[in-house]
Design a protein around this ligand. Structure first.
Ligand code: FAD
Length: 222
């Protein structure tokens, strides 16, 4: 994942968790990217973008975009934004390029006056140890290690040939289920990542454990 920063003339107006459509010179069709920072009056937009092998948009962003270049941002869009009107603790479930919106949501909650006593459990799933990221951002938040915790899981143990991984092995939705157990129904959920991860997490929460879908928020990544 690489951080990209853009500056707009007007405010960066969005709710944490939302995304913008990026139109890049010479790339046909817009690409959706979630903001990883907080809304601000200075017009700062920050994105965490994962390179997709052979991807036209990410090839442009990683290889051709230069400091000072202009692109078009259209937004904000998306329904998986931070809810302030709930008294539940928060669970974020991320995989791959789904990190950005959930970092934005966790940051908003960490500093929100009404959320000072809330738990924020941040789950991140990757194939191997090299895929795991996000704790660098969470470590900066007040309450990290105490009411804010990071839980990572790898699904392909062969990607840890030297046996350095000490965390759980399996799919990230299994880690959520194992850790929260009977408490699963007591959280507000934000999910972002590859479609199979989203599907498996939704199935576990809504179908298997009958968690109320009104408390589960996601935008489909494709
Ligand atoms: C809501 C949402 C939020 C996302 N947030 C992030 C994020 O924060 N970070 C991140 O790394 N990725 C994010 N993505 C994925 C991102 O939008 C891109 O799909 C990804 O970067 C790959 O783009 P690419 O151009 O490199 O790959 P490509 O395979 O070239 O294109 C990817 C997608 O772009 C669309 N597309 C391709 N060509 C055209 C065309 N001619 N006209 C219109 N559409 C076209 C298609 O949907 C295609 O599947 C998000 C996706 C969604 C839907």
């Amino acid at each position: 994942l690489r951080e990209f920063h853009f500056k707009s003339d007007g405010k960066a107006a969005f709710i944490p968790g939302q995304y913008a459509l990026m139109t890049l010179p010479g790339v046909e069709g817009p690409r959706a990217y979630s903001m990883s920072n907080q809304p601000n009056d200075e017009g700062d937009w920050c994105f965490l973008i994962k390179r997709v092998p052979g991807g036209v948009g990410t090839d442009y962003l990683f290889d051709d975009l230069k400091k000072g270049d202009k692109i078009t941002l259209d937004g904000p869009y998306g329904l998986a934004y931070f809810r302030e009107d709930t008294d539940r603790d928060i669970v974020c479930v991320a995989g791959g390029s789904g990190l950005a919106p959930l970092i934005s949501i966790a940051t908003a909650a960490a500093y929100h006056p009404a959320f000072q006593n809330r738990r924020i459990r941040f789950f991140f799933g990757g194939r191997g140890p090299a895929d795991i990221c996000g704790d660098d951002y969470l470590r900066l938040l007040p309450g990290f290690g105490d009411r804010i915790t990071f839980h990572s899981t790898i699904s392909v143990p062969e990607m840890d040939p030297n046996g350095m991984w000490v965390g759980p092995v399996g799919f990230i939705h299994e880690s959520v289920e194992n850790l929260l157990g009977d408490d699963l129904k007591n959280y507000e959920y934000y999910i972002a990542g590859p479609p199979p991860m989203l599907q498996a997490t939704l199935q576990m929460l809504a179908m298997k454990h009958k968690v109320n879908v009104e408390g589960i928020h996601f935008d489909r990544f494709f």
